[in-house]
Design a protein around this ligand. Structure first.
Ligand code: ADP
Length: 489
């Protein structure tokens, strides 16, 4: 029950008024129903005194009316004054009942108002804690309302009037087209809105927000959007840091892998160098003749140029693997990646007794990815396969590409010992290794690289041996409506 303030001055005036009515009623011989004036006392007391006093006051006024009658007329029944007294008592009773009703309604209203204020305060607190603000957009005029937290997230004071231009004004210019498109869809009442974008606040801060909105319809079929905007900056920054450490870890693993492949790398570089030396010697011979053969000498020089270019390519490829760069996602041909990897690992393949089968899907659609990282995955899987087959006779290695269901698929199958049942679930766990000198980081890193490319990596026993494979989504050109213009609406 809400507590009322006490009003000592008003209470004193009311008591005086009551006493005055009694005195006039009891001691004057006026021919009117003076006691009806108690109704005024009751009405004036209703906002001043709490409800529990109203009944007592009504009863007291009724008793005072009877008391005044007895004082004025004794215990005899004088028809006219008795009638007036009864009318007054009836008026007091009815007024008391009405005042009680009104006070009850007022108290209920106050309680509801307090409950509403409390739930508003809870909501505002919850919005502040969860960094989520709410907003509404009316269709088609775009009139907006937003909560204090929503205003704060968009970079305005809590009481700032909301409008779409203000939202766009604090949106990072690169993301404006995206937000404009979402607002246009809202104004056309076109389904669910789910947009993640960045804000650029006047002090230069970048804020990441996630906006969700759902259309609802009122009884007249008018569309209105109710939405929530969440400040996800902390989460995005944590994800970015995690991403950076994954990239660093992948790089460190790549460098250590290159160390393991030093012999292959040296061999790859050596091949064009040998060709250069051979061509140079041949050129000297052609020119050193009594009759120099210019045509043959030129052919030898061409051979030198080609071998030098090839050496340059090899060095560039190795350097790219060793360099630490932020992954760069471009459209990639996985068939070419498999071929490049086979070339890079040629010596590792040559020095083992094995049959290599490469089966590349013709016309394989490109995937979006970082060339270096995906090559790292492939090298890792092939090297694991080779190591698994080390010491075994009649080995076979199958490298395949395939495309189905919007995914490009690469598999590396070996004829090694396969995967023990107990190890199956742990292969992708960090530091799980069955090798004496294994770190157990190769597969977890492959797994995180493929996951960052929106794909999946899997391992299964395919006796004899095992198959490690990964899927990557086929790269599709963005549909036209996603290449929005900056104009709004
Ligand atoms: P590491 O090579 O340092 O052991 P990985 O994460 O690359 O780390 O591999 C983890 C484990 O997975 C290996 O120790 C091995 O037991 C198993 N494994 C990987 N590839 C194969 C394969 N082709 N056949 C059988 N087991 C494999």
């Amino acid at each position: 029950m809400p507590r009322r303030r006490t009003h000592p001055v008003q209470s004193a005036i009311l008591l005086l008024l009551t006493a005055a009515i009694f005195v006039v009623d009891a001691f004057t011989r006026l021919d009117t129903a003076i006691a009806v004036m108690y109704v005024v006392v009751l009405l004036l007391a209703s906002p001043v005194w709490p409800r529990r006093y109203t009944f007592a006051l009504g009863a007291a006024c009724g008793l005072l009316t009877m008391g005044a009658y007895v004082v004025a007329h004794g215990l005899h029944v004088a028809p006219s004054p008795a009638g007036r007294a009864l009318v007054s008592i009836a008026a007091i009773a009815i007024t008391t009942w009405l005042v009680l009703q009104r006070q009850q309604a007022t108290d209920r209203l106050r309680q509801r108002e307090q409950a509403l204020r409390r739930s508003q305060a809870f909501l505002a607190g919850a919005q502040r804690l969860s960094r989520t603000g709410s907003f509404g957009i009316r269709v088609p005029d775009g009139a907006m309302v937003w909560s204090e937290e929503a205003a704060r997230i968009f970079g305005y004071a809590g009481d700032a009037a909301p409008d779409m231009e203000r939202v766009l004004a604090h949106t990072l210019p690169e993301d404006r087209a995206l937000v404009s498109a979402a607002l246009r869809r809202t104004l056309a009442c076109e389904g669910h809105i789910d947009v993640a974008h960045r804000l650029l606040l006047p002090d230069g801060t970048i804020r990441h927000v996630h906006v969700l909105a759902e259309a609802s319809y009122d009884a007249d079929g008018r569309c209105e959007y109710l939405g929530a905007v969440t400040d996800v900056t902390a989460r995005v920054e944590a994800e970015q840091e995690l991403h950076a450490s994954h990239v660093q870890l992948a790089h460190a693993a790549r460098v250590s892998m290159l160390g393991e492949l030093a012999a292959s790398v040296a061999h790859e570089v050596n091949q064009p160098l040998t060709a250069i030396v051979a061509n140079a010697q041949a050129g000297r011979r052609w020119l050193g003749r009594a009759q120099p053969d210019i045509a043959e000498a030129l052919a030898a020089l061409d051979g030198i140029v080609q071998a030098s270019e090839r050496a340059g390519q090899v060095v560039r490829r190795i350097r790219a693997l060793a360099r630490r760069t932020e992954p760069e996602h471009v459209a990639l041909d996985l068939n070419a990646l498999v071929q490049d990897t086979v070339e890079l690992l040629q010596r590792e393949l040559d020095r083992r007794p094995l049959a290599l089968h490469v089966e590349l899907a013709p016309g394989l659609a490109p995937v979006m990815g970082d060339r270096i990282e995906l090559q790292q995955v492939l090298i890792n899987l092939v090297m694991n396969a080779l190591q698994a087959m080390d010491g075994l006779p009649d080995n076979r290695l199958d490298l395949r590409t395939r495309q189905d269901d919007g995914m490009a698929h690469v598999s590396v199958r070996d004829s090694g010992p396969g995967i023990a049942d107990a190890d199956g679930a742990r292969l992708f766990e960090p530091f799980f290794s069955t090798k004496a000198d294994g770190m157990g980081l190769g597969l977890p890193i492959c797994c995180s690289i493929i996951a960052r490319h929106g794909g999946r990596i899997a391992a299964r026993s395919t006796p004899p041996g095992s198959t490690f494979s990964f899927d990557l989504p086929i790269h599709q050109e963005a549909p036209l409506h996603e290449q929005q213009s900056d104009a709004f609406p």
